[in-house]
Design a protein around this ligand. Structure first.
Ligand code: PEP
Ligand code: MN
Length: 276
């Protein structure tokens, strides 16, 4: 493995024979406790977010996801509600008790988004935004770092290193699919990255089968496969009415589908036992 990946600069993210790291989010110990993160792609309204938050909580979610800042391919597509969205997420947290995972897109927003978020998400498109990585590295907030769609594992781990080397040890890696020649799926979910990252690094590994497949039918099977591969958690998009979603409607589960997935994922995790 060492001959294939140059680990000499991956000093802080490297596994190096050590045990696995635990990232504390509220009462959760990510890396030890298996975690389910669920919620809409984007925060669209207070009712939509709170209804979804209550339902995913009932279904067994541990954290609420939802973007207030959406990185969209088109500048004319829904960009998120910004501060209003963060306030809605904070309200949903007050009601459900679920910690909030939300994306920060810009270095200028890190400090004030941190006042609302429990976990700062750095999206795939920003994985190598080194200024942003340094900025979130200067906080002590847990960071969910998503793998860039063209990134090798070596590049991915170097990005985690940027955050760690600024003094923030609370990094979680997220495999969310990479771009390949396949067009049936939105991305190709690289599940081999899960055991590979666990071997190379001590950081928790979360899998996102929603962006990883882009197709509702594939999300549960790939979630269960991810748990089997050793994922420390899953992040899943859920919408009360996918047809009306302002982003990523093709990959949104309804709360009932998420409830089934959550139950099965926990069963598979139990079957897998404690992984090293
Ligand atoms: C998201 O989580 O909604 C998102 C935009 O993900 P990614 O950065 O992986 O595309
Ligand atoms: Mn999305």
């Amino acid at each position: 493995m060492k001959e294939l990946i140059d680990m000499k600069n991956i000093k802080l993210a490297e596994r190096n024979g050590n045990g696995r790291s635990v990232v504390r989010v509220g009462n959760l110990s990510v890396g030890k406790d298996f975690v389910l993160i669920a919620g809409p792609c984007g925060v669209e309204s207070e009712e939509q977010t709170i209804e979804t938050a209550v339902k995913v909580k009932e279904a067994g979610a541990d954290m609420l996801r939802g973007g207030a800042f959406k990185p969209r391919t088109s500048p004319y597509a829904f960009q998120g509600l910004g501060l209003a969205g963060l306030k809605i997420l904070a309200k949903a947290r007050d009601i459900t008790g679920l910690p909030v995972v939300t994306e920060v897109l810009d270095t200028r927003d890190v400090s004030w988004v941190s006042e609302y978020a429990d976990v700062l998400q750095v999206g795939a498109r920003n994985m190598q935004n080194f200024s942003l990585l340094k900025e979130v590295g200067k906080t002590q907030k847990p960071v969910l770092l998503k793998r860039g769609m063209h990134a090798t594992l070596e590049e991915f781990l170097n990005c985690a290193e940027y955050i760690l080397s600024e003094g923030n040890p609370n990094v979680m890696l997220c495999e969310r699919g990479i771009r390949t020649f396949e067009t049936f799926t939105r991305n190709t979910l690289d599940l081999s990255a899960v055991p590979a990252l666990r071997m190379l690094s001590h950081l928790p590994v979360i899998v996102d089968p929603s962006h990883g497949t882009g197709k509702v039918e594939l999300i549960e099977p790939m979630s269960l496969a991810a748990v089997t591969a050793g994922a420390d958690g899953l992040i899943i998009e859920v919408h009360r009415n996918p047809k009306e979603a302002l982003s990523d409607k093709e990959q949104a589960l309804v709360p009932g589908q998420f409830a089934v997935l959550a139950k099965r994922a926990r069963k598979v995790r139990e079957f897998m036992g404690c992984l090293e």
